[in-house]
Every structure is written in C-alpha cells, then in structure tokens.
Design a protein around this ligand. Structure first.
Ligand SMILES: [Fe+2]
Length: 177
C-alpha cells in the first residue's frame, strides 16, 4: 500500500486520504499476541494526548476486506505505553477505541509510545465487530534501532510514517480475513 496524501498534509486537519490505497500486493494483516497489558471495555476516545506528554502522532488508516471493500462500524481498540514506556494498568491512559466510518476509516491523535525492556516501540490494536474480535496485532515504527532485537517484531506491521505541518502522521491499513 502506498501513502497517497494530496496537498500539504495536516495531522489535525481533514487532508487525509478518503480511500484506502489497495493493490494486488495487499494481504491479510498478520495477527500478533495481545501481550500482558490489555484492558477490556475501554472508552471511546480519539484524543490520547491529554493522557500524557510525548511526541504527537496522528494514527489513521482503513479497515478493509481482502477485496478492499471498507469495513464500516468496526471497533478499533488502541493501547500503548506512555512516553516513558509504562502502561496504565489501573485506568485508561493511552487506551481507547474508535469506530470506523462508512469508508472504513479510523483516526487517533496520540503520541509515540516509549520503549520498555525487551520491546521495541509499538502500538497494540484489536479490531472487533459485534460478532467478536476479528484481529489482535501490534504495529511498529520504521528505523527503530530495537526493531531487529525484538523477538516478535514483524516488518509487515510497519506503520507508514510521514511528517505533517503540525506533527507526525502514521498510516496503517488493516486487511481482515
Ligand atoms: Fe506492549
């Protein structure tokens, strides 16, 4: 998939792609382990930035089926470590979900997750519908020195990062089976 931003990008604005960039190279998104820090029943939340300091990242993308048709009304649950590499295991800091729109699109305004012992920088994601969990996986960042030292790092799960006028943009499109 390719990042197809048109015009000057704004992480806060509306200049995000309206459709997924699908092609024959697309494949089902790889599942990964949930890890030990998942908290169920998170709040619906787009803005994680009031949860703590860090480098701003707007994470967005599409949830599609293998034919690139949008999967609307999917719950995209995101959780990750704070800037110092710690998880909030008693509350909902850096935890929340968004529901995909009619185009299958989701957006979160959050920060770069910190590293913690044994792991490179990563986000955790669960995608679910009313029928149950469709995908549990993790997302990674290009150019991280710890990627190749992380036992479960998978380059197929790299976020496409770019710089916008007001912060970093990260795009990942999920292809559900
Ligand atoms: Fe983690």
């Amino acid at each position: 998939m390719s990042l197809a931003l048109v015009g000057p990008a704004s992480a806060q604005g509306a200049q995000l792609p309206l459709t997924p960039a699908c092609g024959p190279e697309d494949r089902i998104t790889q599942a990964q382990t949930e890890g030990p820090f998942y908290t169920p029943q998170t709040p619906e939340k787009r803005d994680f930035r009031s949860d703590g300091a860090g480098t701003p990242v707007t994470v967005f993308g599409f949830v599609v089926d293998p034919a690139c048709r949008p999967r609307a009304n999917m719950i995209v649950d995101l959780w990750h470590a704070d800037d110092a590499g710690s998880y909030d295991n008693s509350g909902y800091a850096f935890r929340g979900y968004q529901v995909t729109d009619a185009n299958g699109r989701f957006i979160f305004d959050t920060i770069m997750p910190g590293r913690y012992p044994g792991r490179t920088r990563h986000y955790h994601v669960k995608i679910a519908s009313g029928a149950g969990v469709d995908l549990t996986t993790q997302l990674y960042f290009p150019g991280e020195p710890d990627n190749d030292r992380d036992g479960i790092y998978d380059p197929r799960l790299l976020i496409e990062m770019s710089e916008a006028s007001d912060g970093l943009l990260g795009r990942f499109d999920f292809v559900l089976a």
